[in-house]
Design a protein around this ligand. Structure first.
Ligand code: NAD
Ligand code: TYD
Length: 356
């Protein structure tokens, strides 16, 4: 079987669902079920013996040792992380704990397990570290997109903690020979995305008739990738990626935030028209995020050249599927909007008065 960490989060849940839809190799899913973890995203696997869910923390070494001994996974796909930049600004401690200490603890447990394997099993073992393009910092308008050799220049507590975890993974390969691969991916969107992030927040606020808060001038650029394409890329790198290498994954789809918000509004106008008028009337410019990175862009030629991967979804097809998914899953949305979610919205948006 494979061990997936963070498999109740946005990308992890999509990965587990796609994995088990495509093959019968069981998944041991270790997730602490923080605010971002949601078992409801995995409801379709209820009663499926191929999915073993364990609620637990990647900083818990004793638990990790027990799980490795009991289940003998042949590979780890490591998603578990604190992942939201705005939360890292309000409270960086959890990011250091999970992203840095958690990755360190997982590496050490994986190394102990790997060391005990036979020569063949050792050679076949993989530690796949899932990371982000944000470790490379911010690009200006004309600069070439990030390649794998770009200098690390993380700017937020989130990206700094992910950069630290990438360095740990690299060092565990270099020093101990642990067979690792790392992927650095651009912004994902799609089903099961927690509505603190841009796209689901805009869909959900629009449907509720609430303001659509655009930070600063809305001209920050992100490279958007449909989550299922990220999952396909991870499977390719896990099975055929070269040990010790990193692969950038992106959508070849750079767009300014304001254009994303306008697209979401136009789709909702078409799919769920509001008698009160076009959803774009709700767009509200608010105070910018401190240290806000201006532009991310991924050069995904290495993974295409070596592994033949390219995104299957265009932004037009992916965003339409995503909006439709949120319209069809009002229950999932209602359940994730707990009291804790409402507290977060109050914390993050209070004091960001509407810009003129
Ligand atoms: P998410 O916040 O939606 O999910 C994270 C999951 O990890 C949750 O289920 C949470 O319960 C779990 N978790 C958190 N702390 C844990 C701990 N200490 N022990 C065990 N489980 C814990 O995140 P996501 O958007 O699905 O991102 C997954 C990974 O992909 C992260 O490593 C992130 O850095 C990376 N990534 C995300 C994006 C993106 O656009 N979302 C892009 C590139 C890379
Ligand atoms: P986000 O989804 O938080 O991802 P990241 O910060 O990791 O790129 O944000 C995407 C972009 O959208 C980012 O430039 C910040 C911006 N944004 C807003 O303008 N308003 C919002 O309410 C949120 C959550 C994000």
């Amino acid at each position: 079987m494979i061990l997936v960490t963070g498999g109740a989060g946005f990308i992890g849940a999509n990965f587990v669902l796609d994995w088990l839809a495509g093959c019968d190799e069981p998944v041991l899913n270790l997730d602490a079920l923080t605010y971002a973890g949601n078992r409801e995203s995995l409801a379709s696997l209820e009663g499926d013996a191929r999915h073993v869910f364990v609620q637990g923390d990647i900083t818990d070494r004793a638990l990790l040792d027990t799980l490795f001994a009991r289940h003998n996974p042949r590979a780890i796909v490591h998603f578990a992380a604190e992942s939201h930049v705005d939360r890292s600004i309000h409270g960086p401690g959890a990011f250091m704990k999970t992203n840095v200490e958690g990755t360190y603890t997982l590496l050490e447990a994986a190394r102990a397990h790997w060391t005990s394997l036979s020569a063949d099993a050792k050679a076949a073992f993989r530690f796949h570290h899932v990371s982000t393009d944000e470790v490379y910092g911010s690009l200006s308008a004309g600069e070439p997109a990030f390649v794998e050799t770009h200098a690390y220049e993380p700017n937020s507590p989130y990206s700094a903690s992910k950069a630290a975890s990438d360095h740990l993974v690299r060092a565990w390969h270099h020093t101990y020979g642990l067979p690792v691969v790392t992927t650095n991916c651009s912004n994902n969107y799609g089903p099961y995305h927690f509505p603190e992030k841009l796209i689901p927040l805009m869909i959900i606020n629009a449907l509720a008739g609430k303001p659509l808060p655009v930070y600063g001038d809305g001209q920050q650029v992100r490279d958007w990738l449909y989550v299922k394409d990220h999952c396909t890329a991870i499977r390719e790198v896990l099975s055929r990626g070269r040990i010790g290498e990193t692969y950038n994954i992106g959508g070849w789809n750079e767009k300014p935030n304001i254009e994303i918000v306008q697209t979401v509004c136009a789709l909702l106008d078409e799919m769920r028209p509001d008698p009160a008028g076009p959803y774009a009337r709700l767009i509200t410019y608010v105070t910018d995020r401190p240290g806000h990175d201006r532009r991310y862009a991924i050069d995904a030629r290495k993974i295409e050249r070596e592994l033949g991967w390219r995104p299957a979804e265009t932004f037009e097809s992916g965003i339409r599927k995503t909006v439709q998914w949120y319209l069809d899953h009002a229950d999932w949305v209602a359940h994730v909007q707990s009291g804790a979610y409402r507290d977060w919205v109050a914390t993050n948006y209070a004091g960001r008065e509407a810009a003129p």
